[in-house]
Design a protein around this ligand. Sequence first.
Ligand SMILES: *[C@@H]1O[C@H](CO)[C@@H](O)[C@H](O)[C@H]1NC(C)=O
Ligand SMILES: *[C@@H]1O[C@H](CO)[C@@H](O)[C@H](O)[C@H]1NC(C)=O
Ligand SMILES: *[C@@H]1O[C@H](CO)[C@@H](O)[C@H](O)[C@H]1NC(C)=O
Ligand SMILES: *[C@@H]1O[C@H](CO)[C@@H](O)[C@H](O)[C@H]1NC(C)=O
Ligand SMILES: [Cu+2]
Length: 260
Amino acid sequence: MAGILPSLLAALALFSGPVHAHGGLANYTVGDTWYRGYDPGEPESEQLGQPWLAQYQWTTIDPIFEASSPYMPCNFPGTPPPSNHTIPLSAGDTLTAIYWYWLHPVGPMSVWLAPCPNSDCATANLTTLPFFKIWEAGLLEGPNLEVGVWYQKKFQKWDGTPAEWPVVIPENLKGGRYIVRHEITSLHVPGRPQFYMQCAHLDVKRKDGEGEGVLPPARWGRLFPGAYEGDEEELMIDIYAEEYQNRTEYTVPGGPIWDG
Ligand SMILES: *[C@@H]1O[C@H](CO)[C@@H](O)[C@H](O)[C@H]1NC(C)=O
Ligand SMILES: *[C@@H]1O[C@H](CO)[C@@H](O)[C@H](O)[C@H]1NC(C)=O
Ligand SMILES: *[C@@H]1O[C@H](CO)[C@@H](O)[C@H](O)[C@H]1NC(C)=O
Ligand SMILES: *[C@@H]1O[C@H](CO)[C@@H](O)[C@H](O)[C@H]1NC(C)=O
Ligand SMILES: [Cu+2]
């Protein structure tokens, strides 16, 4: 929970219930199947290496503030699960990320995939893997950046129920193991973007009779750190500035999405 604004605190005060720190990506679902994520509030010894854990370790809900951080790929410390601990699904399926207590309203959200070299992401150096973006959402509706409807604002739930973020895995994606990376960037503190990300292993199968599928051309690949300069307008913009009071356009940083 970083930099809650007075207006947000006022909104929080209206909400009765157990308000503690805001959350992150707690679980994943594919259809009716739940895949539990890492819980930074529970002991590491009860989680790391457990057969149910396909998510990378994250030990705090605090954001990463530097686009150049070596932890931009998969949060801190980003300890990987074993390579064969995966969330299995088929290309074309919907992967839903389940968050608890998301409370920042402003900024882009994106989902990225990186293929695991030799099916073994656990031994890969995360900062050298090319991630490609498969999904993004920014400002959905005006009147402006400050009070407009961002996907992030629509996604958050004030009543403590889980927030769901469904994303379709591209139907034409090649089968194999991938790291999936969900990122929420919060822009409510001007000039100090907050990056929140979680990763997990996916095992993508092809549906019967639908061929082998493809990977995007190499030019779609972005490194973390590297995908963001850190000083681009989309990250540094002052959403409260008078000069933007009528601005209804926002470009999600990190380049275009690949949807197969
Ligand atoms: C992963 O591989 C290890 C070593 O081969 C095996 O013991 C374990 O059961 C496998 N786990 C899963 C979830 O497939
Ligand atoms: C995530 O799964 C764990 C373990 O099943 C559960 O305790 C927790 O409430 C779930 N969190 C959300 C936000 O659904
Ligand atoms: C990972 O790659 C980066 C960039 O090439 C390099 O600086 C770093 O030392 C590597 N880390 C490990 C653990 O090899
Ligand atoms: C925003 O729109 C209002 C109403 O049309 C106008 O009065 C105001 O000057 C505009 N502000 C800017 C910065 O363009
Ligand atoms: Cu925060």
